[in-house]
Design a protein around this ligand. Structure first.
Ligand SMILES: C[S@@+](CC[C@H](N)C(=O)[O-])C[C@H]1O[C@@H](n2cnc3c(N)ncnc32)[C@H](O)[C@@H]1O
Length: 301
């Protein structure tokens, strides 16, 4: 069953609590809580910056969530634990401002050579810098105390002079700092770095749960969720009375009776390193629906 993007003004869902199980930059939560006021900090493979509003429109969710629960097993989980707290966010800002005073390439080489810092504020500042400069916006990871970097994007770091076929690009670190200044407008963020399969915060019925895992068949992140994990999680949260939205490159046929929307045409400009022919779908369950999914077909939850 495919749903066109429809206007549900008469039946819009009001969401107080938003839970993002694999949050990355948190693009959907930022849009839900602040409209266009607070932007995601840095490009990131699979981020939903351009798709956030189309997703909310397709599901029929009223903007303005007052409680954000962000979880990510990767570095973003640790970063949000810092950004969610005002005084720690100020520490990150101050580090980013000092990084802005340095020459990008030598700073990149220095950060790359040094061990991953244990201090959470320093970790967040360095991760955000390296992710902002990551080649192709591919994910920055770390293992055994060392950064795993996808390569250096000179254009983001140094900026690019105006060319006849290409506008001027400014160095991106100052803009990262500027975006972060706007994060004062965010509501409380409860952040964690847990495996989505076991992450189970207490939430009220009617909360919105978002699941944006690595897409099937795509190079991904460590601890990636299998399709079976995704389906089990979606059903488990729907059974708790939540509205559940899953992003994938195809509709999830395993979720029988759920609605789907094809958002491929809404994804905006696609980075040259990403597959341009990739489809973008959501499969979703609105908590106002009577719960009638055949759970038995999917085994025990
Ligand atoms: C496609 S990205 C999410 C992008 C995000 N929606 C955004 O707008 O930036 C998928 C995220 O899932 C996280 N992830 C992978 N496996 C996970 C797991 N088992 N539990 C929680 N998070 C996981 C990755 O670290 C990655 O940040």
């Amino acid at each position: 069953m495919t749903t066109e993007i429809i206007h549900r003004d008469a039946t819009k869902l009001t969401v107080r609590t938003f839970i993002d199980l694999c949050c990355g930059t948190g693009a959907l939560g930022l849009r839900l809580a602040t409209g266009t006021e607070v932007k995601p900090l840095t490009p990131y493979m699979g981020w939903k910056k351009n798709l956030a509003q189309p997703i909310l429109d397709a599901v029929g969710v009223k903007p303005l969530a007052t409680r954000l629960i962000f979880n990510d097993l990767g570095p973003w989980g640790a970063v949000w634990q810092v950004l969610g707290r005002k005084e720690r966010r100020a520490g990150v800002m101050s580090r980013l401002r000092s990084f802005c005073q340095e020459e990008p390439r030598p700073l990149y080489e220095k950060l790359k050579a040094e061990p991953v810092p244990l201090n959470p504020v320093e970790f967040a500042a360095r991760f955000l810098t390296l992710q902002r400069w990551a080649y192709g916006a591919k994910p920055v990871q770390h293992k055994g105390g060392r950064w795993l970097l996808p390569g250096y994007c000179k254009a983001s770091a140094d900026g690019v002079a105006k060319r006849h076929n290409y506008g001027k690009v400014k160095p991106q670190l100052p803009s990262l700092t500027k975006i972060l200044e706007g994060y004062t407008a965010l509501p409380v963020i409860q952040a964690s770095r847990e495996d989505a399969r076991t992450f189970s915060p207490a939430v009220e019925e009617g909360s919105l749960v978002y699941l944006d895992p690595n897409y099937r068949g795509r190079t991904g992140y460590t601890d990636a969720l299998s399709r079976q994990d995704v389906v089990m999680l979606a059903l488990r949260w729907a059974k708790r009375g939540c509205t559940v939205v899953v992003s994938e490159g195809e509709p999830l046929e395993e979720l029988k009776g759920w609605e789907t929307a094809d958002l491929t045409a809404r994804r905006g400009q696609v980075h040259k390193n990403f597959a341009r022919d990739r489809e973008e779908w959501i499969t979703f369950w609105r908590s106002s629906h009577p719960f009638g999914v055949n759970l038995g077909a999917l085994g025990r939850l």
